[in-house]
Every structure is written in C-alpha cells, then in structure tokens.
Design a protein around this ligand. Structure first.
Ligand SMILES: Nc1ncnc2c1ncn2[C@@H]1O[C@H](COP(=O)(O)OP(=O)(O)OP(=O)(O)O)[C@@H](O)[C@H]1O
Ligand SMILES: [Mg+2]
Length: 236
C-alpha cells in the first residue's frame, strides 16, 4: 500500500536522529508505527536500521542484530558459536559505524522484563548505537518510565490517525494502482467516512478490492438474515 502523510513525524524523527537522540514512538495497534519507521529507514540511505522484535528473548534479538550488522558469531580459531552473553558484549563493543551510528529499532515493546532491561543497558552503555523504541499503548507505566530513563536523551512521539487529505491521497493511489474508475466525490466521500485509522483503511480496501469476498459477505448476510426471519416466525 502506498505510504501517505506523516511529514511532521518524519521530520521530528529525522531531527532527533541527526541530533544524536533516541526515539520513543507510541500509538495504538495498527496506527502505522512500524510502517513509519520502515519508510524512514528506506529514505535514509546513509544510516543502517536494524529491526528487532522486542517480544523475542534477548538471545534471539542478539542473533538478529549480530547478523544484520555483519558481526562474526565465531571467535577467531574457534569452532563454537558465541553464547548470548558473548554476543551481547560483542554487539555493545563493536563500532560498525563509518558515519552515522546504526539505529536499532525495538518493535512491539509490550513489557520490559528484568532480563531485557539488562540487555538494553549493555547495548546502550558504549554509545555505538541509536535506538527507536516502538511501544504498545498498554506498556505498563513503570516499564515506560524505565525505558525513558534508559534511552535518555530521547524524543517521545505519539502517532495519531491520518488526516483526511492523506486518506484521500491513499485512496487515489489505490485507484491508480488497481485501474479503478472511482470518481473524485466518491473518494472524498469514502475519506470523510473513514476516521483515518490505517489498519481500518487497509481492511476496507481489501474488502472493496476483492469482489469474491464481497459476494461471500453478501451471501453470509443473506443467510444470517434468513435465519433471523425463520427464528422470528417460529417465535410468533
Ligand atoms: N501512513 C500510511 N500510509 C499508508 N499505509 C499505512 C500508513 N500507516 C500505516 N499503514 C498501513 O496500515 C497497516 C498498519 O500499520 P503498522 O503495521 O505499521 O501499524 P503498527 O502501529 O505498527 O501496529 P501493529 O504493530 O500492532 O501492527 C499496515 O498495513 C501499513 O502498511
Ligand atoms: Mg508494528
């Protein structure tokens, strides 16, 4: 799906990164946090972004980072691969940056366990990286507070719904991509019905663009309505 809007958020994030800050990005599920950072990563050629799923164990996250940064997992003259703690130490102490520091994006932060807190502390300590923490709205306050303290200095951003103009642009892009002949007032009408929630829009477009699903839904609705009529008849 075409990417639309978020100019001010992109600007704020780029400014924070250029100013050597970390970022804490919050917002409800499906609001477009991961997509926004993906788009920023695509635009910033000179910076390396590593996306890590924070719901995984520190060991798994370390494996991902080591691989993405091209750090060897075997020590010289050794056949054995490094364990979690050696990996963590290696990541923290490796300076892979030629220019800008690599950005580690911790996505899906729903909970910060004691083990993960230690993991973060090690990675942050040597200051070889910048971090973007994508947090869930239901992250406990205490965890959010800890995270903010660890990632200082950090810029905090809360992502909101898309503006109507952005939704219209998204629909226009969709129409062009799918060679549809929706009229401008129909696009305007659809955009004004939507509340600018990206996940909801995506689902709406999938439904609209899939006539077989539409037919299936119609049949399902028909069957459900018939059932209600039969039940009512029985009751009367
Ligand atoms: N600005 C945008 N323009 C176009 N599509 C968008 C935009 N923001 C989000 N989307 C689309 O909306 C959907 C949800 O976005 P995304 O997965 O980034 O949300 P999220 O906040 O990371 O939530 P979660 O992690 O719970 O899925 C995706 O399909 C994404 O491509
Ligand atoms: Mg996400």
């Amino acid at each position: 799906m075409l990417f639309v809007g978020r100019q001010s958020e992109k600007k704020k994030i780029m400014e924070a990164l250029n100013g050597g800050k970390n970022i804490i990005l919050s917002g409800k599920f499906g609001i477009g946090r991961t997509r926004l950072i993906n788009e920023i990563a695509k635009l910033s050629n000179e910076r390396k972004f590593v996306f890590v799923d924070f719901s995984q164990t520190p060991g798994k996250m370390s494996e991902k980072i080591i691989k993405a940064l091209g750090i060897p997992r075997r020590l010289k003259n050794q056949t054995k691969q490094m364990g979690y703690k050696s990996m963590r130490c290696r990541i923290a102490n490796t300076n892979t940056a030629k220019g800008h520091k690599p950005v580690i994006v911790f996505d899906n932060i729903a909970k910060v366990t004691a083990q993960k807190k230690i993991f973060l502390r090690h990675l942050i300590l040597e200051q070889h990286y910048q971090f973007i923490a994508v947090v869930e709205n239901f992250l406990p306050q205490k965890d959010l507070f800890d995270l903010k303290a660890q990632l200082m200095p950090a810029t905090t951003l809360n992502l909101r719904h898309l503006k109507q103009q952005d939704v219209e642009n998204l629909l226009r892009g969709y129409v062009a991509q799918n060679h549809l002949n929706w009229k401008e007032n129909y696009i305007h009408h659809l955009a004004s019905l939507s509340d600018g929630y990206p996940l909801g829009l995506k689902e709406m477009l999938i439904k609209k663009g899939n006539p077989r699903k539409q037919k299936k839904d119609l049949k399902k609705n028909y069957r459900e309505n018939m059932l209600i009529i039969m039940l009512c008849n029985d009751l009367l």
